[in-house]
Design a protein around this ligand. Sequence first.
Ligand code: HEM
Length: 205
Amino acid sequence: MQRNGLLLPLMALALAALLAGVLAWDFRRAWEEKQAKLAAIAPATLDGKIAEGEYLSSYHDEATGMDIYWTIIGEEIYLALRCPSKGWASIGIGGGPMMKDSDIIIVYIDDEGVHFRDSFGTNMVKHAPDVELGGRDDVLDLAGSEGEEGMMIELRRKLETGDPYDQPILPGKLRIILAHAAADDFVSYHTSRSVVMLDLFEEGR
Ligand code: HEM
């Protein structure tokens, strides 16, 4: 009677220990797999040319004809744009409606080189450089090139810059705005623009 009374709790304990062991093993295996995957991700080479397979994820936007490419490594994002026009090209993160509160990076390339502004949507139809608003330029590296088929831009920035005139890049659907124009400046009205919702933490092409 006494022995039977102990048997059940002992069996339950043994089962719990077995279960904990299996879970720990499973957790460790998943962690090791994730570490191996992270170690295998190569950062993009920011040379202004988007090579096949250089980025983990990409999205083609029908409305503007623009492509976005990106890879997140640690606390940084490598972001690239392919744009059919040869004037300015731009991507905005977060904010809305329209351009308000969007964290806008706008780039054009001319004979003097690549020009860019880390900007912010000050109202629905206007933007201004972060530095003029009291913020910072938070693009860490940037390169671009222009050819017959349009332009390519590659850049690197922190996911969360801490600048109030930037938007944090967090997991979950993020409002992304895209636009381009034919003029090499920061002020001409776009010839094409679009709004899409993307989760930049989701990998895929
Ligand atoms: C350079 C000077 C710019 C001017 C003068 C300008 C002006 C305007 C105006 C007047 C509108 C409302 C009319 C419309 O829908 O077309 C608009 C909307 C819009 N702009 Fe701009 N814009 C500029 C730059 C940019 C930039 C850099 C972006 C970055 C991606 C952008 C993205 C958009 C988008 C996505 C909309 C439509 C938003 C929606 O439908 O919700 N714009 N802009």
